[in-house]
Design a binder for this molecule. Structure first.
Ligand code: 4AD
Ligand code: MG
Length: 477
């Protein structure tokens, strides 16, 4: 007999038929009621065991964490909380689990404890919900781009270019660390390394995506990126996934429209596809925030927040306008910001971004036209010679979720910026070729995948929305 998934039993919405269900025991009550979960859905299936029929030895092996297979008839449930249950005719233990040793007991565990047991946390309601939603977000992103004629571009993960300047890089080498080849000056001789040069893990696929966009017009990347910054925060990972669309003929306004459309589309898709999991996470959040003072609680329940994001246009303003708001804000005047805002040129910290979004506008915000000095070399220079066509999207509870720009398509301007920023021209010939041969206006952005998962699930620590987080001091599993 083929196995039926618990989700299928719920969706079939009928009774009086035989099924075989496989899954992991969450609880076993009164030696009679198994709460079985197979991950296909949040809900557990109640399997009713006939104590008289089942031998004592098997009964004893039905423990929390054990993997069992039950065959029996689907009937309408007598109990509360579920529509259907299965009356077991036979039970087979597929994998035992010692109830005294199994770390995931049927009680509330802290997120910190579960992070240390990340290999087993998939088996909890919370992480089951998070990782099903994570999948749905990834699928929605691919669907959004595919349906609009974009091509998925695979940018390299090992890169020989370090010009992006988005962050500190992790070196990739096959050299023997105990016996490094040296050149005449006593420096490590990378010409003897695997690629005959220095290589690193990529911090962004953008520069390669630009090359593809100036031929295929509309492309996007969706891959892992790596940053060796020592940022020990609830918003940073050393290994995270990024989505980077790049579009020929798009200016900054088109770029912002694309980002807004994509974010709204994805949130809407997940609201429809993951309703049950979102309800669970919403209630979890309400429960968790009960002990917090009112001011620290989320202003809206999770689903309302997501709906709000779908229904409302994001506020668009320039960096300079934002600086004026921040300079005159209460927390700035009262010295409440850790980094006080004095004027143009200040790099915005998370506290400033969150003030704008959560306190001032109470909406997602897009800031544009940042000072050139705090942005990358490839962003298009404005006529003022001082600001660039950058855009950052700021989200409530998150801060920066998207960073992007219109690209500098004019060769002379690009070369000038590279010179100012000490970026060696000879290493960037391949990039400069797009500006030499058939250059055009183009734009793109990078969306931090985990930051979006964080926003949609209402979780507060980025380490809880990726299966195996990497951060300073941690690369377990
Ligand atoms: O702003 P960033 O550094 O932009 C770039 O890398 C550009 N090349 C993107 C582009 O224009 N194609 O990173 C983009 C986004 C950020 O807005 C943030 O959401 C996320 O990536 N991000 C991180 N997410 C988790 N952990 C980190 N350490 C992150 N650093 C950036
Ligand atoms: Mg950024």
């Amino acid at each position: 007999m083929r196995r039926t998934e618990i989700k299928q039993i719920q969706q079939a919405d009928k009774v009086d038929y035989e099924v075989k269900v496989n899954g992991w025991v969450r609880t076993f009550r009164n030696n009679q009621f198994i709460a079985l979960n197979d991950g296909s859905t949040l809900s557990t299936l109640q399997v009713v065991v006939d104590r008289e029929q089942l031998d004592e030895a098997t009964l004893k092996r039905i423990t929390t964490g054990a993997c069992v297979s039950a065959t029996g008839k689907v009937i309408e449930s007598q109990g509360r909380g579920q529509k259907y249950e299965v009356v077991a005719e036979s039970i087979e233990i597929l994998g035992d689990s010692d109830p005294d040793k199994y770390p995931i007991q049927p009680k509330k565990h802290s997120l910190e404890f579960l992070r240390e047991n990340a290999h087993l946390r998939f088996r909890t309601n919370t992480f089951g919900a998070i990782f099903r939603i994570r999948h749905n977000i990834a699928y929605a992103i691919h669907k959004f781009f595919n349906d609009r004629g974009f091509f998925y571009m695979h940018s390299p993960i090992i890169t020989g270019s370090d010009a992006e300047g988005a962050g500190e890089m992790f070196r990739v080498t096959a050299l023997d660390m105990q016996d490094l080849p040296k050149d005449e000056d006593g420096k490590v001789d990378y010409s003897k390394d695997f690629f005959n040069k220095e290589t690193n893990l990529t911090v962004s696929g953008q520069l390669e995506a630009e090359l593809a966009a100036l031929a295929l017009s509309k492309v996007y990347t969706f891959g892992p990126t790596f940053r060796a910054e020592n940022s020990n925060t609830s918003r940073h990972l050393a290994e995270f996934w990024m989505i980077e669309p790049e579009v020929a003929f798009n200016d900054l306004n088109d770029n912002m429209d694309l980002a807004e459309d994509m974010l709204r589309y994805v949130v809407k898709y997940v609201m429809e596809s993951s309703s049950e999991d979102l309800d669970f996470l919403q209630n979890r959040l309400i429960d968790e925030e009960k002990n917090k003072p009112q001011a620290e609680r989320s202003p809206m329940p999770l689903k309302e927040k997501l709906q709000f994001c779908i229904d409302n246009d994001f506020v668009r303003l320039t960096y300079t306008e934002a600086i004026n708001i921040l300079r005159n804000s209460k927390p700035n005047k009262k010295g409440k910001f850790q980094f006080p805002i004095e004027g143009f040129g200040a790099d915005l910290q998370s506290e400033h971004e969150r003030y704008l979004v959560e306190k001032h506008f109470k909406k997602p915000v897009i800031l544009t036209d940042y000072p050139k000095d705090i942005k990358a070399f490839y962003m298009r220079m404005n006529d003022d010679g001082n600001t660039v066509r950058a855009m950052d999207i700021l989200f409530p509870g998150i801060g920066e979720i998207v960073g992007g720009s219109q690209r500098e398509e004019r060769l002379d301007m690009l070369l000038k910026r590279m010179k100012e920023m000490d970026i060696p021209e000879e290493e960037m010939e391949w990039f400069l070729d797009t500006r030499k041969y058939g250059t055009c206006v183009h734009s793109g952005f990078g969306l931090g995948f985990e930051r979006l998962v964080l926003f949609i699930t209402g979780m507060t620590n980025i380490r809880d929305v990726i299966p195996f987080p990497r951060y300073p001091g941690n690369a377990e599993f």
